[in-house]
Design a protein. Sequence first.
Length: 208
Amino acid sequence: MTGRPVRDPGLRIGCYPGSFNPPTVAHLAVAEAAVAAAELDRVDWVVSRSALGKEGVAVPTLADRLAVLREVAASRPWLGVVLSEHRLVADLAAGYDAVVMGADKWRQVNDAAWYGDDPATRDAAVARLPLVLVAPRADDDLAGLERLEGVRLLPVGEDHRPVSASAIRDGEPGARAWLLPEAAGFDARTHAWSDPARYRSEGAQPSL
């Protein structure tokens, strides 16, 4: 699916922007927590065709990353996958009832550097956001977060907080245990995250 959320009247749908490279047990746990906390009917994993700060990602290709996400979503009726041309979270979340993100992404959303160093542009973008559901990461200090209007802290288990997709890509010891089974199966076939050079040499499908 590409573009805005497809919905029936009365459904509540959340937007969870990210690259999901690779999708982890924490990504799924956060999505599940958002559904429960905000009484959502569906959460869409929303992938930007060219994500801010991640323009150079080539392994695995966008087409392969989307294929893995769709495999994850296929057995979960409450989970969707959307490809978007937008890049700013405020634009990605337009039309949704809630936007889901980790605490690191929430800090980025509030950083004027992503808006041409213009605080007014930043403030206008943040004001456009729907209900914000923030998942804590590692030992983040989120004191006072829930006092912010329109922002809610998600109850995510302590075991999911240190999970990191970049740690998987970097081959850190034990990190592969964080891969979702669908992602682990894809990696076993293609070596996309365990041996990117081999993935390239064996030839990947062109990006969408």
